[in-house]
Design a protein around this ligand. Structure first.
Ligand code: ARG
Length: 266
């Protein structure tokens, strides 16, 4: 008897489940509020070897971009998911929708604007040159694209683009440039004498110089660059949301306090 009852109950449960999850053709299509609220994910691509903007701290990510992105996701009611990829694959991945956004101390350039949109700028960067303290290269004027010295860069960055340009265009010629996967690798190559100078953004340069003995930054710098968040051209909805979030986070001082936390005033 018990068995029969159990069977009947089981059948009833199955029936009611089916009823609940029915196609609802006969109901007005009200949103399914019975399901637990699942937050959508905001997938951010970065290249986490670029302190103080993004770097790894054990298994997790830290840095200015990581924290600002966290606040943006919070405002959007989304969960931030960070993907650590090669810098040069960020723009393409954003363009094809593999990532929702790219945030990597990324400079807005005309070339990149052909593939993606950029949010409003949230920070600036300047290209600088790191050399060994005891280097014969003492100033920017000592840098020559005549084959007598090698320049280390992170591949696909603006430092790479400028340095690889022809001497006539203000670069050092691509044959004199050695391209590394990360800025940290380029700095390592400088330390071991594989290159004579590294061209990279100023804040990462400062981080690398303070973390490594015997390096210094040459006085003087090139153009100031604007950092912004890359978003697919079609995804204007996200672009607008991100810009609104950035506006609010700038107005209430959040962006500044995050930047100040990682870049202490000198
Ligand atoms: N600002 C430079 C650029 O946009 C370098 C950025 C490198 N960023 C990174 N996370 N590795 O090309």
């Amino acid at each position: 008897m018990k068995k029969v009852l159990a069977l009947v109950l089981a059948a009833l449960m199955v029936f009611s489940l089916v009823a609940c999850s029915g196609s609802g053709k006969d109901e007005t299509s009200a949103p399914d509020t019975s399901a637990p609220e699942e937050k959508a994910t905001l997938v951010m691509a970065t290249n986490a070897a670029f302190p103080p903007y993004e770097f790894k701290e054990g298994d997790s990510f830290a840095g200015i971009d990581v924290e600002i992105a966290g606040k943006i996701a919070e405002k959007l009611g989304m969960t931030l998911e960070i993907k650590d990829v090669e810098f040069g694959s960020i723009v393409g991945g954003v363009q094809t929708g593999k990532f929702d956004m790219g945030m990597a101390g990324m400079t807005v350039t005309d070339e990149r604007l052909k593939s993606v949109n950029f949010s409003d700028s949230y920070a600036t960067g300047i290209q600088v040159v790191i050399v060994k303290e005891d280097s014969a290269i003492k100033s920017l004027d000592d840098l020559k694209g005549d084959g007598s010295m090698k320049f280390g860069v992170q591949q696909d960055t603006t430092g790479d683009i400028y340095a690889s340009d022809t001497v006539e265009n203000g670069g050092y010629g691509k044959d004199n440039v050695v391209r590394y996967k990360t800025g940290a690798d380029a700095v390592q190559a400088l330390k071991t004498g594989k290159v004579d100078a590294v061209i990279i953004d100023n804040e990462p340069a400062k981080s690398f110089v303070s973390a490594n003995e015997g390096l210094s930054i040459l006085d003087g710098s090139w153009v100031e660059e604007n950092y912004a968040i890359a978003i697919a051209k079609e995804n204007t909805e996200l672009l607008e949301k991100v810009n609104n979030a950035l506006k609010e986070l700038t107005a209430d001082g959040t962006v500044k306090s995050i930047i100040d936390k990682y870049i202490p005033a000198e």
